[in-house]
Design a protein around this ligand. Sequence first.
Ligand SMILES: O=C(O)c1ccc[n+]([C@@H]2O[C@H](COP(=O)([O-])O)[C@@H](O)[C@H]2O)c1
Ligand SMILES: Cc1cc2nc[nH]c2cc1C
Length: 352
Amino acid sequence: MELLKETIAKIDSLDEKKMDEAQARLDSLTKPPGSLGKLEEIAIKLAGITEDLFAKVDQKVHVVMAGDHGVVEEGVSTVPQAVTTQMVYNFLNEGAAVNALANQVGAEVTIVDIGVASEIESEKLVVKKVKPGTNNLAKGPAMTKQEAIASIEAGIEVVQDLIDNGANLIGTGEMGIGNTTPSSAILTIMTDLSLDETVGYGTGINDEQLKKKKEIIKEALEVNQPQEDDALDILAKVGGLEIGGIAGVMLGATANQTPVMIDGLISGAAALIAQKLEPQVTNYLIPSHKSVEPGHIRMYELLGLEPMLDMDMRLGEGTGAVLGMNLVEAATRIINDMATLEEAEVEANKAG
Ligand SMILES: O=C(O)c1ccc[n+]([C@@H]2O[C@H](COP(=O)([O-])O)[C@@H](O)[C@H]2O)c1
Ligand SMILES: Cc1cc2nc[nH]c2cc1C
C-alpha cells in the first residue's frame, strides 16, 4: 500500500502557465487560431503535463498487461482461457496486431504477465504475476484487497522502470480472455446505467451468451456487494489483474508527469479505477479510439474525455492506443516545427 500512497501523493495538477504559453504559441503559428482543432488541444495538454512547451514523444512505449479470469468458466467469452497464453507468445514473437501497429508508430512493446493462468517462459516477458488468474466473480470476490493493491503497484513499478529509461509517451493495452465482463461490471457499479448500456459482445458472443453475461454480472454484484465509492473494493470484488495493472501504469505515469494513452473498454475501466483513487489522473490521460463496446463511450463521459477516433475496433491489446500515438506525435510536430506568422513574414520580405 505504501507505493500506491506515495505515488498518489506525488500527483500534481497541470501546469496552467505552460498551457497558456502553448495556446499563445499555437495562435502565433501560420494558421487561423484554433484551426487544427483537437491537435491543438493535445499540444496544450502535453505542455501542461510535461511543463515543456516543446514536448516530444520520441520514446513511445506500449504496455500490454496480460491476465486470466475465473469467470470464463461461466461461458462469457467465445474462446477458451488458453487463448490468453497463446496471444502472449504471439506478442513476444511480434505477430499480433498491436505489434504491427506499434512498429508503424515506432513504439516499443512491453508485455507483462500480471496474472496469466499458465507459466510462460521468455526472457522478453516482464513477470509481475500477482496470481494465476482471478477467481470467478460470480461466486465471490475475484481477488483479495491485498491482491488488488499488488496489481496496481505492479503497474506502478513497470511504468517507473520505463520512464526511468526515457519513455515519454506510454500506451496501455491488455490481453485477457473474459476481461470485458469485469470491465462492464466496474462501469455498472460506478453508474446508474442499465446492463443493456454497459455490457457488449466482447470477442463476439451470440445474443444468448450476451443475456447470460448480463446475468453473471448481476449475480456478481449481488454476491459481492461492492462499495461504489471504494475503488480498491470494486477492483477486488469484480477484478481484473490487468485492470489493476493498467490503473497502476496510469497513476505511475501521472506521478511522473508523463502522458498515457487510454485504449478500449478494459483500459477505460482501469482509468475509472485510477480516477476514483486520484481524480487528477484524467488530466494526464490521452483518449484514443471509441470501442464498439457500448459501455466505452460512457466511460469516456465519466472521465470527461472525448475519443479522437471511431474506427469500429474492438480488439483490445492497446491497438487503439498505439494508433492514437500517431495523433499525439502529430500534435508535437505542429508546436515544434511550424513557423510563426512573424517568421513567415520575415522570410516573405527577404524573398521579395
Ligand atoms: O478493447 C476493447 O474494447 C475490447 C472489446 C472486446 C474484446 N476485447 C479483447 O478481447 C478479450 C476480451 O473479450 P471477452 O469476450 O473474452 O470478454 C480481451 O483479450 C480483450 O483484449 C477488447
Ligand atoms: C485471437 C484473439 C486475439 C485477441 N487480442 C485481444 N483479445 C483477443 C481475443 C482473441 C480471440
